[in-house]
Design a protein around this ligand. Structure first.
Ligand code: XIL
Length: 365
């Protein structure tokens, strides 16, 4: 990454003798998160939309902090093929070009996800849906073959509360392909882009809560089954949508990560952020609580050598999906959620410092 514009600007600042205290808080100056991660053999990155890169100062902040980018929504099937067979991937291509130009790694999200099926495909019969879903993998793979570091091949397929014996979610994928649909996705993805790290990505198991424990068991069962049957899955993506105020147990969590690693899988934290709806409105109290949770979570996670990267779901609070209108994200007061490492002015928050400290403390890979 030495050729990056921001790196040389940082070097200039260092040569000019800028001290940590005098450094502007906009992601310039003190070493960024990816540089800290890279020293440990880790990657740090964030999800984004092309429109964010057109906002003043954001590109610089992004490049100062990140060595990897992933499309927040632009690489989804419903965004890339808005009508049957019509190529609407301009946003996704823009991100790929930006990544290449600035030499940051490119990650893909997601090939098959029940929430990203285009409307037109939802009404197809099973045979037509199978053809369309298979074509989606082939097209996305061919488009960026050799340029995508890792693909979320299947996203969020485990859902014990759906009541199936296998713990998997009811969706159009099992309806159309049958119970082996996940293995089908990975085989197709490997053929479509043999060099990409193939990831199973999911959420809702990070905390020490009964439903999170139940989901861990179901996810582990799925991963064991895939590995045992020789399915080409390389990695497990821990989304890391943490919940401020919910209990976290480092011991439990590390036990789970070790079970996953014992299958020979790499682990990535793929969508880190903190839902702060139950935390105090006052940012002076809320930010440290968010940072504390992130520090505990990352210290435990990065202690496991199977973990190779940390990706946040957005970089600055103002872009976070947690500011959208999902009921589970709504605060009961008028304070805006503060789920990410940078604030609305792109200044580093306590969560940024928590990530930096966890990366600095992580053992080398
Ligand atoms: C959110 C995004 O922020 C939106 O832009 C997207 O289109 C849908 O919801 N798990 C995932 C992400 O895998 O794709 C979700 O992203 C957040 C939860």
């Amino acid at each position: 990454m030495t050729g990056r514009r921001v790196t040389s600007r940082r070097t200039l600042l260092a040569l000019a003798g800028a001290s940590a205290a005098s450094i502007p808080a906009r992601g310039e100056g003190a070493e960024g998160l990816h540089a800290r991660a890279a020293r440990k053999g880790l990657v740090f990155g964030a999800a984004l939309e092309p429109r964010h890169l057109r906002e003043t100062g954001f590109q610089e902040a992004f490049l100062a902090e990140c060595g990897l980018l992933v499309g927040e929504g632009a690489q989804q099937w419903r965004r890339m093929e808005r009508d049957p067979g019509r190529d609407t991937a301009a946003d996704a291509d823009f991100l790929a070009a930006f990544a290449a130009e600035h030499r940051v790694l490119l990650r893909g999200h997601a090939l098959w996800w029940h929430r990203a099926i285009p409307d037109w495909a939802r009404s197809l019969d099973n045979a037509a849906f199978r053809r369309a879903a298979e074509a989606r993998v082939a097209a996305a793979g061919a488009r960026w073959r050799g340029r995508i570091r890792s693909w979320d091949v299947v996203n969020e397929a485990v859902r014990p509360v759906d009541g199936r014996a296998d713990g998997l979610r009811d969706s159009q994928f099992p309806a159309a392909f049958g119970p082996d649909w996940i293995s089908r996705a990975f085989h197709l993805a490997r053929a479509a882009d043999p060099g990409a790290m193939l990831v199973y990505n999911d959420y809702g198991f990070e905390h020490a809560l009964p439903d999170h424990r139940e989901k861990r068991t179901a996810v582990l069962r799925l991963l064991e089954g895939l590995v045992r049957s020789g399915v080409p899955v390389d990695a497990f993506g821990v989304q890391g949508h943490l919940f401020g105020g919910a209990p976290f147990s480092a011991t439990e969590w590390r036990g789970f990560l070790r079970d996953v690693a014992a299958l020979g899988l790499t682990v990535l934290v793929t969508e880190l952020d903190v839902n702060d709806r139950l935390l105090p409105a006052d940012a002076a109290r809320r930010d440290p609580a968010v940072a504390d949770l992130v520090r505990h979570f990352l210290d435990a996670t990065l202690a496991e050598s199977s973990v190779r990267g940390v990706i946040t779901w957005g970089l600055a609070d103002r872009h976070s999906w947690i500011r959208g209108n999902l009921p589970s994200h709504q605060r009961t007061d008028t304070a805006l959620p503060r789920p990410l490492p940078l604030d609305d002015d792109l200044a580093r928050k306590p969560m940024w410092h928590a990530i930096a400290a966890a990366l600095d403390a992580a053992p080398s890979r």
